[in-house]
Ligand binder design. Structure first.
Ligand SMILES: C[S@@+](CC[C@H](N)C(=O)[O-])C[C@H]1O[C@@H](n2cnc3c(N)ncnc32)[C@H](O)[C@@H]1O
Length: 199
């Protein structure tokens, strides 16, 4: 049990650390407690688009439960983020595939709309991203690390993550840097209703 958890942690960390070359770390899912801190900054009269999310994703479910107008899209509905855009949306919010983070950021900026993307905190540094950010980036940073779910760990997150995460935002936070405390709790991600409405 302990050994298999360790192997999973290593696989995730390896995926994230080598993510520029591999998509091994892409299938990790955000816990509910990491979505909550965004509430402070998201207006309730704007349409949120979650482009990497299923019905059961914490982002989509949490926003719906809290009466935010939210739409989602995902590869399983043949909605590739790099080709697909909903007709009407205002704010892009999600945890994107880290292996494609530069391209995701480029496309996010290309829309010219607010966004919040959850990425490893050290993504702030890098020559290519420096150009993409163009000094037009805000960060929501936490006092502790977010742990993630994986397809095999939908009940509880895998503890002991080796990297910190932050929301990289544009035109959403009141300042360039906001610091908040995470209040962690376990809430399972419940697959099911995967063929339900995506609006
Ligand atoms: C890090 S996971 C996060 C999923 C979800 N947003 C969450 O936070 O639980 C990123 C997801 O994006 C999906 N993905 C990869 N490339 C994509 C693309 N081009 N368009 C849409 N989704 C993609 C991956 O399969 C993966 O499920």
């Amino acid at each position: 049990m302990w050994e298999s958890s360790l192997l999973e942690i290593m696989a995730i960390n390896k995926g994230y650390l080598t993510a520029d070359r591999s998509s091994a770390g892409d299938e990790v899912y955000t816990p509910f407690y990491a979505v909550e801190p965004l509430m402070e900054f998201l207006p309730k009269d704007k349409i949120i688009w979650c482009p990497f999310d299923e019905e059961w994703s914490a982002f989509y479910r949490y926003f719906r439960e809290n009466h935010y107008p939210v739409i989602r899209s995902s590869l399983s509905n043949a909605q590739d983020f790099f080709r697909y855009e909903p007709e009407k949306w205002d704010i892009l919010v999600s945890n994107p595939p880290f292996s494609k983070k530069d391209d995701v950021l480029k496309r996010a900026f290309s829309f010219g709309k607010p966004f919040a993307l959850l990425l490893p905190v050290n993504s702030i540094q890098g020559k290519a991203r420096f150009k993409i950010f163009n000094n037009d980036i805000q960060m929501l940073v936490f006092d502790s690390r977010i742990d993630y779910h994986t397809p095999e760990n939908m009940e509880i997150t895998i503890k002991g993550n080796s990297f910190g995460s932050a929301y990289f935002c544009r035109d959403l936070l009141p300042t360039k840097l906001e610091l908040r405390q995470l209040e962690k709790y376990d809430r399972p991600l419940e697959r099911g209703d995967e063929n339900g409405s995506n609006q």
